[in-house]
Structure formats: structure tokens, C-alpha cells
Write a new protein. Structure first.
Length: 132
């Protein structure tokens, strides 16, 4: 069902807890091209920072390696990011797609093209491109 009304809710942000703070900072600055919104700062003795994702943010919080959930834990978040970077741009930065870009089977001709990558902590990231 397609609606022309503005959604009642929009993503405001996602928080990733990571023992690999610098690797995630580099990944999210490269793959979807997010700019540093603020930080890094120190919270409870650990680094934290906000990355600007337009109308939302990605917050990185440093943790000890033993505090990370298992990779196959269903509570590990998936982040969806609309980007203009192509798979070729991503590959140039050493970021490989988990699956080929595809458009979901739908009757909506404006459906985004999607593909997935994993960040250095194993979080699933869905990259979305507006269909041309």
C-alpha cells in the first residue's frame, strides 16, 4: 500500500556499542559517508561520538570486547542507510557487499535498490539507493 502522507515516525538514531571504536568510525565515515556530528567525547571512561545521518544519527559507544553480543544474536541491530555511493566506490575502500544490489519484488516502481554489508563488529548494514 502506497501512501502520500508523511510518516508519523522517522528513525532518529541508532547506537552501536563497539570494542573497535576507530574501525567503526572509519567504516561509517566511508561506507555511507557519514560526517562527524559531535565528539568523540568520553562517557563513563569510554569514547562516544555522533555521526550525522541527515535527519538521524549513528552513535558509537566504546565498550570492552567481552561486552559485545554474539554475532548471530537477533538483538544486534540492522541499520538502513540511504546512500549515493556505488558498489564500486565501496570496493575502492575495501568494503565488499554481502549480496548483489537488488530491488525487492514489489509493484512499486520507485522501490529502492538495496544491498548489505557488515561493519567491523558484524552489524548488518542495509545500504539503499534510490532507483533511477
Amino acid at each position: 500500500m502506497t501512501s502520500t502522507a508523511e510518516p508519523a515516525s522517522r528513525l532518529s538514531g541508532v547506537v552501536f556499542r563497539t570494542p573497535q571504536f576507530e574501525k567503526l568510525r572509519e567504516f561509517y565515515g566511508t561506507a555511507p559517508g557519514l560526517a562527524v556530528g559531535s565528539g568523540p567525547t568520553v562517557l563513563n571512561g569510554r569514547r562516544a561520538m555522533l555521526l550525522d545521518a541527515g535527519s538521524a544519527f549513528v552513535e558509537l559507544r566504546e565498550i570492552d570486547p567481552g561486552d559485545l553480543p554474539a554475532r548471530d544474536d537477533p538483538s544486534v541491530p540492522r541499520l538502513a542507510i540511504r546512500t549515493t555511493l556505488t558498489p564500486i566506490n565501496l570496493a575502492a575502500h575495501g568494503i565488499a557487499l554481502n549480496d548483489p544490489p537488488r530491488r525487492p519484488a514489489t509493484d512499486d516502481p520507485g522501490q529502492d535498490t538495496i544491498a548489505h554489508v557488515r561493519d567491523p563488529d558484524g552489524h548488518l548494514v542495509q545500504l539503499r539507493w534510490q532507483h533511477q
